[in-house]
Design a protein around this ligand. Structure first.
Ligand code: SAM
Length: 280
């Protein structure tokens, strides 16, 4: 009978961010496939876990898969971990999980820390719809092309970036998305020098350029989607209409709002009607 493959999340900094279930699973499986056995050995030591480790990283993943699948088929329960956070999220593991699925081996997630989700949960940007973009290309020309493609994306975007490229990267973002676009900067999450801030891209360029410490450690950028700007426009229009409606009729208020903002009169009228009905 074939065994099970557990995909286990590990901490992204603070070691207490591991789940009871993750520890139980890591203790109970026959073998742990790890991105870097030396890094994971330290984690296992901390939690008194004596399960043997085997390497499964980007460079050997393809060759190793057959061996690991064979072991699973022979009934050896296995856990997959990466150096930090959730495997497969900008980390190795996809090929092993796909091969396990193709071989009818049950794959069981053991969820936990993920830098992208931790950043999104704390920076204060819309979280109802988001896309995970992983790392942008390191070459500037390629990076600018990618950013151009993301420019009109309406969802919040989550990007991982290396500290030595952070300044160049935020400068490029400010150039393509505009200096006014909102950005969440989440650095060293769960660690001693954790920094979580929301500002504009223009402000972030200055913040990172003027404080060299902000160019160190691990960083997640959360970029507000372009719809956020439209939401702000809507907010401004609502504010204006609500004020005008205190003294004017729907028709007069919407005419004046259209004149002042350049928005179509029909749209202003429709919105003024909605606002009056909502306030009735
Ligand atoms: N699998 C991991 C996860 O679930 O988040 C991501 C691994 S990826 C190779 C490493 C990148 O994740 C870092 O360069 C950084 O962008 C982000 N990251 C990981 N830990 C972080 C932390 N504690 N604070 C901020 N960003 C972090």
């Amino acid at each position: 009978m074939s065994a099970q493959l557990f995909v286990v999340s590990t901490p992204i900094g603070h070691l207490d961010d591991i789940t009871y279930r993750a520890i139980d699973v890591l203790k109970s499986v026959k073998i742990i496939a790890a991105e870097d056995t030396r890094t994971s050995a330290q984690l296992l030591k901390h939690f008194n876990i004596n399960t043997p480790l085997t390497a499964c990283h980007d460079h050997n993943e393809s060759n190793k898969i057959d061996q690991l699948i064979e072991r699973l088929k022979n009934g050896e329960d296995m856990a997959l971990i990466s150096d930090a956070g959730t495997p497969l999220i900008s980390d190795p593991g996809f090929k092993l999980v796909r091969a396990a699925q193709e071989n009818d081996i049950r794959v069981i997630p053991v969820p936990g820390a993920c830098a992208a989700i931790a950043a999104l949960s704390a920076v204060g940007l819309p979280s109802d719809r988001f896309s995970f973009e992983g790392f942008l290309p390191s070459k500037q020309s390629q990076r600018l092309l990618n950013l151009e493609k993301l420019k009109d994306e309406t969802q919040t975007m989550i990007i991982y970036e290396a500290p030595h490229r952070i300044l160049e990267c935020v400068k490029d973002m400010a150039q393509v998305f505009g200096a006014d676009r909102s950005v969440g900067f989440a650095r060293e999450i769960t660690k001693t020098f954790e920094t979580i801030k929301k500002m504009t891209l223009g402000e972030l360029v200055d913040f990172v350029a003027n404080d060299h410490n902000q160019q160190k450690g691990e960083i997640v950028l959360v970029i507000g989607g372009s719809v956020e700007e439209k939401d702000m426009e809507q907010e401004k229009l609502d504010k204006l209409l609500l004020r005008l409606l205190q003294d004017l009729s729907v028709k007069a208020a919407s005419q004046l709002a259209a004149d002042l903002t350049g928005i179509k009169k029909k749209i202003a009228y429709q919105r003024a009607l909605e606002l009056t009905q909502a306030n009735d």
